[in-house]
Design a protein around this ligand. Structure first.
Ligand code: ZN
Length: 437
């Protein structure tokens, strides 16, 4: 069974249920760029795919960066003078600024306020804030909650620690026919945020699970890393193998109701860029393609000039362009099963293009070969369902001069890749095409 067969036989409704189940299981965990929450997340993913957990000690130099101390959070609260928890980490892990240093003190409202963060224009939502590389502490709360705090003496406690430990990441490698690789990368360091983080993790895990069961032309490497420091760490430890990466995708924000967005690799015209564009163009739905910029997710690292890997970023609504982004409103209700399914299907379509995109040589290049005597016209006009398009065959024959891949033929002819691939298969079987690569 190859990826085309998988696309035809996969039970999508069940696949979406699996992804939703995974998102629900992961949602409550307080993740960060290091620490137990990240490892728990990898353990849950290990129930789906046998990924390897790597542990990189704090203090390890990774290019210009240093693996930070490990953050552990046990509890955090602000209590009023009656002893009520007016801000409580146990209710939402977004309440504590991620990577806060420990604190235990009493403060007036005025002295507490510089450590409180809210969103005045979204007064019911809790913002998500981090302070990875600066020793500070803080609490996030809804603006309405903030406005309701009276003058009082508050007990502030963050029961956390920052100690030498590890940066953990997950890696799952699936060998294929060739050692050339497709890299699928997603960040897994956000706490209870569903679209930004969990949608990408669920889609990557589910893709990995299904790809593990089929014949693969390419080798696949799935990595689940803390954003930025994780991709930097991975690249610094794998420098000698990065030239095997032929295509790559960063997956993020794939469950919101917005339309699909593809951010091109820094190269801009890599095969992955053309493959994603092709799938979006033939999806029959709205989409947006944006050029590379050195901002966003881990494509920033993969596309840094010293690597310049062919890695793009597949999303629905991009980071910071939906109001729920990095707030408590990016929750389980925000992500839509149909959107997860649509994103997943498009990812499979892209991988199918990559798996099957080859260049052929026409074995009868002087004038058109006679298709009728090879039974190929019968295929065209024959029983419904054989589905081989005559024009797709003529285009494939004409452009199979060894210089055009099937994807290029599809784009030039306007036919979907699948139609060109079907035509090429029939022509190859009839001895009219020979695969070059
Ligand atoms: Zn984020």
């Amino acid at each position: 069974m190859n990826i085309s067969d998988l696309r035809q036989t996969l039970d999508l409704a069940q696949t979406v249920q699996e992804m939703e189940f995974l998102v629900r299981a992961l949602y409550p965990i307080c993740r960060s760029i290091t620490g137990e929450g990240f490892r728990q997340t990898l353990q849950i993913l290990q129930t789906q795919i046998p990924l390897t957990q790597h542990q990189v000690p704090s203090g390890t130099q990774v290019f210009d960066w240093t693996v930070p101390r490990e953050w552990t959070i046990r509890d955090a609260y602000v209590k009023n003078s009656q002893g009520d928890r007016v801000i409580d980490f146990q209710r939402s892990n977004l309440h504590v600024v991620n990577y806060s240093i420990p604190v235990h003190t009493k403060l007036s409202l005025q002295d507490l306020k510089p450590h409180l963060f809210s969103l005045p224009d979204r007064p019911d939502w809790i913002p998500y804030r981090t302070s990875y590389y600066k020793d500070t502490w803080g609490f996030c709360l809804s603006h309405n909650q903030l406005l309701a705090l009276p003058e009082d003496e508050y007990e502030v406690r963050i029961d956390s620690s920052l100690e030498p430990g590890y940066l953990s990441y997950g890696e799952y490698y699936l060998p294929g026919e060739t050692p050339e690789e497709v890299l699928i990368s997603c960040h897994a360091c956000h706490p209870s945020l569903a679209n930004d983080n969990l949608s990408g993790i669920a889609i990557a895990t589910t893709l990995a699970k299904h790809l593990s069961e089929i014949h693969r032309r390419y080798s696949y490497r799935f990595i689940f890393i803390p954003a930025t420091i994780g991709s930097i760490t991975w690249l610094s430890r794998n420098e000698e193998i990065v030239d095997r990466i032929r295509h790559g995708l960063v997956l993020s924000c794939l469950g919101d109701p917005g339309h699909s967005t593809y951010k091109k690799s820094r190269r801009g015209d890599a095969e992955i860029d053309r493959a994603v564009l092709h799938i979006l163009q033939h999806s029959g739905k709205d989409y947006k393609v944006i050029d590379f910029s050195p901002y966003g997710y881990d494509e920033r690292q993969y596309c840094s000039p010293g690597f310049n890997l062919p890695v793009g970023c597949f999303m629905r609504t991009p980071n910071s362009q939906f109001p729920e982004y990095h707030t408590s409103a990016d929750n389980l209700e925000f992500i839509q099963p149909w959107a997860l399914q649509d994103s997943f299907t498009k990812c499979l379509g892209v991988l199918s293009v990559l798996e099957h995109n080859k260049t052929y040589l026409n074995q009868n290049p002087k004038c058109e070969p006679q298709l009728g005597k090879r039974g190929l016209y019968r295929a065209v006009g024959g029983p419904a369902g054989t589905g081989i398009n005559e024009m797709a065959m003529l285009w494939t024959l004409n452009l199979s001069d060894g210089l055009h891949s099937l994807l290029e033929i599809a784009d030039r002819s306007g036919y979907a890749f699948d139609a060109i691939k079907k035509a090429a298969d029939a022509l190859e079987e009839a001895g009219l095409l020979k695969a070059l690569s």
